[in-house]
Design a protein. Sequence first.
Length: 137
Amino acid sequence: MMGVPQTRRQPQRTCVGCGEVQGKRELVRIVRTPEGLLACDPTGKRNGRGAYVHREGGCFERAAAGRLLRALRAAEAGDQLVSLREAFSALLAQPQPRAPQLHRAAAPLPEHLIARNRHGPTRTPKRSGPGGPKGTQ
Protein backbone atom coordinates (compact mmCIF):
# COMPACT_ATOMS: atom_id res chain seq x y z
CA MET A 1 0.00 0.00 0.00
CA MET A 2 1.48 3.31 -1.07
CA GLY A 3 0.77 6.24 1.14
CA VAL A 4 1.77 9.81 1.54
CA PRO A 5 5.33 10.09 2.88
CA GLN A 6 5.37 11.25 6.47
CA THR A 7 7.32 14.35 7.38
CA ARG A 8 9.85 13.95 10.14
CA ARG A 9 9.39 15.88 13.33
CA GLN A 10 12.03 18.52 13.89
CA PRO A 11 13.77 18.19 17.29
CA GLN A 12 13.02 21.02 19.71
CA ARG A 13 15.54 22.65 22.08
CA THR A 14 15.28 25.37 24.74
CA CYS A 15 17.43 28.50 24.53
CA VAL A 16 19.46 28.84 27.74
CA GLY A 17 19.38 32.65 27.44
CA CYS A 18 15.67 33.40 27.07
CA GLY A 19 13.98 30.03 27.71
CA GLU A 20 12.13 29.96 24.37
CA VAL A 21 11.64 26.56 22.74
CA GLN A 22 12.54 26.41 19.05
CA GLY A 23 13.76 24.01 16.41
CA LYS A 24 17.26 22.66 16.93
CA ARG A 25 18.53 24.12 13.65
CA GLU A 26 17.56 27.69 14.58
CA LEU A 27 19.78 27.60 17.67
CA VAL A 28 23.56 27.45 18.14
CA ARG A 29 24.99 24.67 20.28
CA ILE A 30 27.64 25.53 22.83
CA VAL A 31 29.57 22.51 24.05
CA ARG A 32 31.82 21.59 26.97
CA THR A 33 34.26 19.08 25.55
CA PRO A 34 35.42 16.06 27.55
CA GLU A 35 38.69 17.99 28.14
CA GLY A 36 36.68 20.79 29.81
CA LEU A 37 36.98 23.44 27.07
CA LEU A 38 33.98 25.58 26.05
CA ALA A 39 33.39 26.03 22.31
CA CYS A 40 30.71 26.93 19.78
CA ASP A 41 29.48 23.95 17.81
CA PRO A 42 27.70 25.13 14.64
CA THR A 43 27.40 21.55 13.32
CA GLY A 44 25.81 20.25 16.52
CA LYS A 45 27.90 17.07 16.36
CA ARG A 46 30.90 17.70 18.61
CA ASN A 47 31.48 15.37 21.50
CA GLY A 48 30.53 16.72 24.93
CA ARG A 49 27.74 18.29 26.94
CA GLY A 50 25.80 20.92 25.04
CA ALA A 51 23.49 23.85 25.62
CA TYR A 52 21.57 25.84 22.98
CA VAL A 53 21.39 29.62 22.45
CA HIS A 54 19.70 31.81 19.82
CA ARG A 55 21.87 33.37 17.14
CA GLU A 56 21.63 36.76 18.89
CA GLY A 57 24.14 38.57 21.06
CA GLY A 58 21.50 39.43 23.66
CA CYS A 59 20.52 35.80 24.26
CA PHE A 60 24.16 34.80 24.55
CA GLU A 61 24.86 37.56 27.10
CA ARG A 62 21.85 36.56 29.21
CA ALA A 63 22.97 32.93 29.05
CA ALA A 64 26.58 33.78 29.97
CA ALA A 65 25.40 35.85 32.93
CA GLY A 66 23.03 33.16 34.16
CA ARG A 67 22.41 29.57 33.23
CA LEU A 68 25.03 28.71 30.61
CA LEU A 69 27.76 27.41 32.92
CA ARG A 70 25.22 25.53 35.02
CA ALA A 71 23.67 23.92 31.92
CA LEU A 72 27.12 22.86 30.74
CA ARG A 73 28.06 21.68 34.25
CA ALA A 74 31.21 23.78 34.07
CA ALA A 75 31.33 25.80 37.29
CA GLU A 76 35.07 26.54 37.15
CA ALA A 77 35.14 27.52 33.45
CA GLY A 78 34.19 31.19 33.99
CA ASP A 79 37.55 32.38 32.64
CA GLN A 80 36.80 30.75 29.27
CA LEU A 81 33.73 32.95 28.70
CA VAL A 82 35.83 35.68 27.06
CA SER A 83 37.15 33.38 24.33
CA LEU A 84 33.70 31.80 23.96
CA ARG A 85 32.16 35.26 23.53
CA GLU A 86 34.67 36.03 20.74
CA ALA A 87 33.96 32.71 19.00
CA PHE A 88 30.20 33.34 19.23
CA SER A 89 30.49 36.84 17.76
CA ALA A 90 32.64 35.42 14.92
CA LEU A 91 29.92 32.83 14.31
CA LEU A 92 27.29 35.60 14.14
CA ALA A 93 29.36 37.39 11.49
CA GLN A 94 29.08 34.35 9.20
CA PRO A 95 25.92 33.95 7.10
CA GLN A 96 23.32 31.68 8.63
CA PRO A 97 23.20 28.20 7.05
CA ARG A 98 20.21 27.43 4.87
CA ALA A 99 17.37 25.51 6.41
CA PRO A 100 16.94 21.98 5.12
CA GLN A 101 14.20 21.36 2.60
CA LEU A 102 11.40 19.33 4.12
CA HIS A 103 9.56 18.36 0.94
CA ARG A 104 10.56 15.65 -1.45
CA ALA A 105 10.70 16.05 -5.20
CA ALA A 106 8.00 14.27 -7.12
CA ALA A 107 9.12 10.98 -8.62
CA PRO A 108 9.12 10.93 -12.41
CA LEU A 109 6.41 8.94 -14.13
CA PRO A 110 7.34 5.55 -15.56
CA GLU A 111 7.90 5.54 -19.32
CA HIS A 112 4.88 3.35 -20.12
CA LEU A 113 2.58 5.90 -18.44
CA ILE A 114 4.17 8.83 -20.27
CA ALA A 115 3.64 7.19 -23.68
CA ARG A 116 0.07 6.34 -22.79
CA ASN A 117 -0.73 9.89 -21.70
CA ARG A 118 0.71 11.52 -24.82
CA HIS A 119 -2.22 10.27 -26.88
CA GLY A 120 -4.87 11.54 -24.52
CA PRO A 121 -6.92 9.66 -21.97
CA THR A 122 -7.60 6.03 -22.65
CA ARG A 123 -11.35 5.54 -22.84
CA THR A 124 -13.31 2.76 -24.32
CA PRO A 125 -16.21 4.01 -26.43
CA LYS A 126 -19.63 3.35 -24.99
CA ARG A 127 -21.59 0.76 -26.88
CA SER A 128 -25.24 1.13 -27.32
CA GLY A 129 -27.42 -1.88 -26.75
CA PRO A 130 -30.12 -3.37 -29.05
CA GLY A 131 -32.54 -0.54 -28.28
CA GLY A 132 -30.06 2.26 -28.98
CA PRO A 133 -28.78 4.78 -26.46
CA LYS A 134 -30.86 5.25 -23.32
CA GLY A 135 -33.46 7.97 -23.29
CA THR A 136 -33.93 8.28 -27.07
CA GLN A 137 -37.39 6.74 -27.34
